[in-house]
Design a protein around this ligand. Structure first.
Ligand code: FNR
Length: 358
């Protein structure tokens, strides 16, 4: 019996299998609005029978976008086109999630296919914000982020909470808070990027404060039966940065504040990082947090095959498998993978005649 293709329940949400479409920016929105691209992209992965389809990082404020063409959820206007997508995903018997994010000092960039450089406010970008005025990028444009005031931090917390309410109205089954890859919440967590002297900086407890306040705020406005995920960079791969030891502690606090699953990614906080990239290299983080914190975890990173994914679950190293780039290459990863495992794939009736076993 394949664990990958068995159902999984978190709070009131039952997933039909353990395959999750990892959040992936599409750089295809205008003013943060989802459009036909997002419908077809996310809809195809639902047709492909992933158990849970996550949107890309959706910005809770316009200045929280990585690029001007990121998805957003900072106003009620964003709800309707997102609802169209969740309705389609639901009609395929698949669950949907949205990742809520603020890019902080890594905002105001070109899409990767335009070079990915930061854009100055004069050229259509904006002033970035961060816990401390330390730039991330070097190059021809250097945006020194503005240090957020306590009042501005409160606005950001409220924006995450309002975005979560909108996500519920838009019909998402779950929410993931993006606290990884060196974006704003990660910038507050990390001693490498947070040099503040107030209650949001300094001690470990203080650096965690923003993430915990965002978590508490979101948990208080979403339904009790809706699970809440947090993506973290479990290891920052940089001298003086967080290691898995601190991430275990962060996860314990997140759990007591109503988080149901830790999605274990890594890196992205500073440019001077040394990542030993190889197959399953982030899986040990999911395993350690799962065992030491007794919380569900997601494994992600270079997982490209259903047997590899099933093996991770079988060894009890994680509960869900997030698939990124392989899902870009193959929206039918779950359907074709079921066939490889000799499990009857759940092809949509419209596609039944394409089922390799028929
Ligand atoms: C990503 N990733 C990512 N992660 C995240 O938390 N939010 C996001 O919006 C994005 N955006 C994004 C865009 C694109 C084009 C790629 C390829 C990746 C990271 C992604 O979710 C995943 O963690 C990594 O790609 C590693 O998994 P794979 O690709 O090795 O399966």
């Amino acid at each position: 019996m394949s664990k990958l293709y068995s159902s999984y329940t978190l709070r009131g949400l039952e997933l039909t299998n353990r395959i999750v479409v990892s959040p992936m920016c599409q750089y295809s929105a205008e003013n943060g609005m989802a459009n036909d691209w997002h419908l077809v992209h996310l809809g195809s992965r639902a047709v492909g029978d992933a158990g849970l389809v996550f949107t890309e990082a959706a910005a809770v404020l316009p200045e929280g976008r990585i690029s001007p063409s990121d998805l957003g959820i900072w106003s009620d206007k964003h709800i309707k086109p997102l609802k169209r997508i969740t309705t389609f995903i639901k009609a395929q018997g698949v669950s949907s999630g949205i990742q809520l994010s603020h890019a902080g000092r890594k905002a105001s960039c070109q899409p990767p296919w335009e070079g990915g450089k930061q854009i100055s406010p004069l050229a259509g970008g904006w002033h970035t914000v961060a816990p401390s005025s330390i730039p991330f990028y070097k190059g021809d444009v250097v945006l020194v982020p503005l240090e957020l005031s306590i009042e501005e931090i409160q606005v950001i917390i409220k924006s995450f909470v309002k975005a979560a309410k909108r996500a519920v109205t838009a019909g998402f089954d779950t929410i993931e808070i993006h606290a990884a890859h060196g974006y704003l919440l990660n910038q507050f967590l990390s001693p490498l990027t947070n040099k503040r002297n107030d209650k949001y900086g300094g001690s470990f407890e203080n650096r965690m404060r923003l993430l915990i306040e965002v978590t508490k705020g979101i948990r208080s406005v979403i339904p009790q039966e809706m699970p809440l995920f947090v993506r973290i960079s479990a290891e920052e791969w940089a001298s003086g940065g967080h290691t898995i030891n601190e991430s275990v502690e962060v996860s314990k606090v997140l759990k007591t504040n109503g988080v149901d699953l830790i999605d274990c990614s890594s890196g992205g906080v500073v440019r001077q990082q040394n990542i030993p990239v190889k197959v399953n290299y982030q899986v040990p983080f999911a395993e350690r947090i799962k065992k030491e914190v007794n919380i569900a975890t997601g494994a992600v990173g270079l997982i490209t095959d259903v047997f590899q994914a099933d093996d991770i679950l079988d060894k009890d190293e994680a509960d869900l498998i997030f698939i990124g780039r392989e899902m870009l290459r193959n929206p039918y990863f779950a359907l074709l993978g079921a066939d490889q495992m000799h499990i009857i794939p759940n092809w949509p009736k419209q596609y039944e005649r394409g089922n390799p076993r028929k």
